[in-house]
Structure formats: C-alpha cells, structure tokens
Design a protein around this ligand. Sequence first.
Ligand code: G1P
Length: 297
Amino acid sequence: MDKMLPKVRKAVFPAAGLGTRFLPATKAQPKEMLPLVDKPLIQYGVEEAIHSGIQNIIIITGRGKTAIEDHFDVSFEMEHLLESRNKKDLLNTIRSISDMINVAYVRQKEAMGLGHAVLRARELIGPEPFGVVLSDDVIDAEVPCMRQLLDIYEFYGASVVALMEVPKDVISSYGVVDAEPIAHNGARDRLFRICNMVEKPRPDEAPSNLAIIGRYVLTPEIFDSIESIEPGSGGELQLTDALKHLLRSRPIYGLRFEGARYDAGDKLGFLKATVEFALKRYDLGEEFRQYLSTLKL
Ligand code: G1P
C-alpha cells in the first residue's frame, strides 16, 4: 500500500429507508433489524466492516429506527438478568455487540435517496476515503466483500464499487455500469475500469449485465459530486449519478467480488439467505438439514 494513501477508517450505513418491500413486518420495525437466523441484518454488515479493518461506523437513521441504536448500545437490564442466571455465553454475545465498534448516528430527516443519505455523513467523514455498506445486500464470502474492495482501493487509490452479473429481467432494479475489464492478480474478468453508469435503466438501455451491489469505497470528492447533481431515478438524489459525475475527473473501478450475495431486503432473497445461513450454523445446521430433507418438495 502506498504510504501516502489515506486509510479507510470509517463506513457509512444508510438505514433511513422505509422498507416498503417488507411490509407488514417493517411497519413498526426497521428492516435493518429483521433477523437472519438470530442476528439482525445490519449486524452482518457491521461485522463485515470490522473484519475488513474498519473501526468506525456512521449509521444514517430516520424516524422509527431507535431499535438500531438500542441494538448497538449496552443493555443493562439484559446483562443483569443474564449475569444473575449465570448465562455466560449469551452475556458475552450481547456484550460483544456493544463493544464491537464506535458508532455515530446521523438523522436523515427525509428519505431523499442514497446520495442524499451518504451526504448526511459529510461532516463526520471529513476529507477521508470511506466505505458504504447497504445492509440489505448480505454477502457471504471467505474474504469479506468490503476487504476485497479495500484491496483494490489500496492498489489504485481510487473509488471502487462492488459488481455482480445479474439477469436481464431484473437489471432495472440496479445501478448498471459500462466497463472495460483490466488485468489484476492474474485474472481478466474480476476488475473493471468504469466508463459510464446508469441508475435503474430499462432492460433495453442497460449498458451491460454488471450491476452495482451495495458495497462502495469512495474518495471524499464524492460529496461535491452529490451536491452538484439533480434528482434522478425516482426523483431521488442517486449515488450512481454522483459517481457518474465523479467519473469526469477521477477513475472509478468496479470489482466483481467473490462470494454469494443475498438481496435480504426482498422477501424471497431473505428466505434464501435464512435457509443458507441456518444450514451453515454449527448449532442448528445438522438438525435443520434433516428437517428440510423430510419436506416433500
Ligand atoms: C441501490 C443503488 C443501486 C444499487 C443497489 C444495490 O438501489 O441505488 O445503484 O444497484 O442499491 O442493492 P436500491 O436497492 O436502494 O433501490
């Protein structure tokens, strides 16, 4: 790593969205708190950031999201109860959540898009590069996806987005890139130099089948780009549009990361993730597998 290159120390977690794709579960509960097996979605993202070497997180919240703040805080009553019952394992589990990381919260008063959410973190980020994690995108990978992106950032010193090939019939749910493959670590099909990008294109207008997935490493110039764009898709300030603006003055890379991604903000994606994660659990997997094999499918 270039010694002069600033280190990525912080990650932004936009979490002010209303979660309409998961109603009625998200009527009075943040979607970020839906449990995959026994851990809320957002905790998977936070653990990924920690395992990637990031120690500070900034969660962009909104109305009705206090459960997220409580989750990463100390729970005196719960700790007291577990202590008195001598439940040491559970006590350690819940203590480790509050000890996990430094968290700051910023309120996004109105949900005006992903770009708008990221811009709310400007003061706390300052002139540093930073990560962005969309906790709906749960990524199961040997090397955490954020770490994979950071390796590219540390090599090229530029912004990097996570990419994945998606089928044409769902391409219009994503930001889509036009990109040139470049050789990296002996492979020619993983790393791309981005030439253009479009947020939620019609299938016939999509420049490729490479979609942006919710992990980004961004250099701080992105904030000026967000400030200079107009609302785009859905009438919202889109991060993809800001990245496209940034492309005029800076290179941006895209990494087709290694790992399995689940769209846990979607009911079917959430179910798939639940089954896969439960099967991998040392304490549940075996019995769950046996149970599944009894189902007449
Ligand atoms: C956001 C981004 C989009 C990206 C997607 C990945 O969209 O705007 O570019 O492809 O996340 O999950 P959203 O899912 O919030 O509509």
